[in-house]
Structures are given as C-alpha cells and as structure tokens.
Design a protein around this ligand. Structure first.
Ligand code: PXP
Length: 237
C-alpha cells in the first residue's frame, strides 16, 4: 500500500496571489481527505510565500489522515514542528530563496546536525524522514542519522521518464531496496504526476508514501476546466 499525501502549497500560492481567502486552504484540505487523500503535506518556507506558519496550526485539527510537514530545519521551523506535532516531519536542505526543493541531503557531511534534530523530533514522537538523492552511500548515511524514513527526490526520474528513458528508475529501485535492507521506510516525491506515478509505483519496492503537489493541482485545474467553463456558460444564458 502506497499512501497518497497531497501537497497543498499551490493552493496557498493561489490564495496569497489575491490576498483573500479564496481558495480556502482548510476547506481544500478537508475535501482532499473526503475524496480519499491519505495525507496532507505542507512545506512552509521562511518567507511564507505560500504556506504561512499560521496555516500549519490551523490545519492541525483538520488533518485526520497523515500530517506531513516538510522543510529545512532552521530554528524557526524546528520550533513550529515541535509545537504542531504532525505525524511526520520531512527534512529538506533547501536554500531560503529556492523556488522548490532541488537537492537531497549530503547525509555524511551533515550527519551530526541531522542526528541532533532527528533525535529532538523523535523525543517528541514525530516520525522523521529525510529528503535524499538516489545514491546508495547517501542512503547508508541516512541510516546513521537515526531517521525513520527517506524520501527519494524523484525530479531526475520524472524528467528522464518524460523523455522515454525508463532506465532512470534503476538507481531508485536500488536505493529503495537498500533502505529496506537497512530498516528505513521509503517515501518519494517531486514531479510525480499522472503520467509517471504508475510506472514508479510498480517498480519501487516497499513504497510507503508519495507526496504530490504541483502536478496534482495542475491536473485538477485542467481536468476541471471543461466543467467550470460550461457552468459559467449555463449561468450566462
Ligand atoms: N517533496 C519535497 C521535499 C518537496 O519540496 C516537494 C515540493 O514542495 C514535493 C515533495 C512535491 O513536489 P511536487 O510539487 O513536484 O509534486
């Protein structure tokens, strides 16, 4: 069973672009779960350009499935996560000005730091996952940090698969198997979509969870477009 956790950052981006409360983030999170979504993911960034820190608190009583908060564990983020106490925290080494996450951890170089923050989250009963590139050495380093899971950074797979290169899955398969052998759970995310998710799922052993945002929200807009255009036409008759 692979759980689908829906990343709702894009909903917050759309809301913030008008300054009001449309679309309503809380209602969207409720509806995603009502439609069967098995988790809600948010990725608050220090500049709060999409998810605001207050959103993380407001979502807490609403998320009845798995609540996953991702981000770079700077003190402000660690503090937020310890207060909100989500099901899972996913640690991502993203720069403050990064448009989106663009690399996994160097788990050997940052081992001491990761061990420290991970043990703090674990003391607070929050499951920990760290975002990694599909490199066996990095997976071995992830085990040493004490993390419960790894999240495989799937951007490279997605872009290669779109060009027809199915072999791009190989390093992910190897790293997922290595994680399982080491007792690490396997999550994955970034650029997964309706086009590539089936192939990815069918090939990756023990895939516990995927978090999907950009494509899922874009596909939702596109697949809903005909219906909504027709609803407007009907009202304008
Ligand atoms: N995982 C991490 C660590 C991310 O930063 C993101 C994007 O916020 C995702 C997964 C989801 O990526 P996408 O929006 O491309 O589905």
């Amino acid at each position: 069973m692979t759980k689908l956790s829906v990343n709702i950052n894009k909903i917050a981006t759309l809301r913030n672009s008008r300054g009001g409360d449309v679309p309503n983030l809380i209602q969207v999170a409720k509806d995603i779960q009502r439609f069967g979504g098995e988790g809600i993911t948010i990725h608050p960034r220090p500049d709060e350009r999409h998810i605001r820190y207050q959103d993380a608190y407001d979502l807490k009583p609403i998320v009845t499935t798995e609540y996953n908060i991702e981000g770079n564990p700077i003190p402000k983020f660690v503090d937020l996560v310890l207060k909100v106490k989500p099901t899972q925290v996913t640690l991502v080494p993203d720069a403050e000005d990064a448009i989106t996450s663009n690399a996994g951890w160097d788990t050997k170089k940052h081992k001491g730091f990761l061990q420290e923050v991970i043990s703090e989250f674990k003391r607070n009963d929050i499951r920990t996952s760290i975002f990694v590139d599909p490199i066996v050495d990095v997976i071995e380093g992830a085990k040493e940090t004490g993390a419960d899971r790894i999240e495989l950074y799937t951007e490279e797979f997605a872009s290669e698969y779109a060009k027809g290169n199915e072999k791009a899955i190989n390093s992910y398969v190897e790293c997922a198997q290595k994680s399982i052998d080491l007792g690490l759970g396997v999550n994955a995310g970034h650029d997964l979509s309706l086009d590539n998710i089936k192939f990815f799922k069918e090939n990756i052993p023990g895939l516990l969870e995927v978090s999907i945002g950009h494509a899922l929200i874009s596909e939702s807009i596109y697949l809903g477009l005909e219906n909504v255009v027709n609803m407007y036409l009907h009202r304008l008759k």
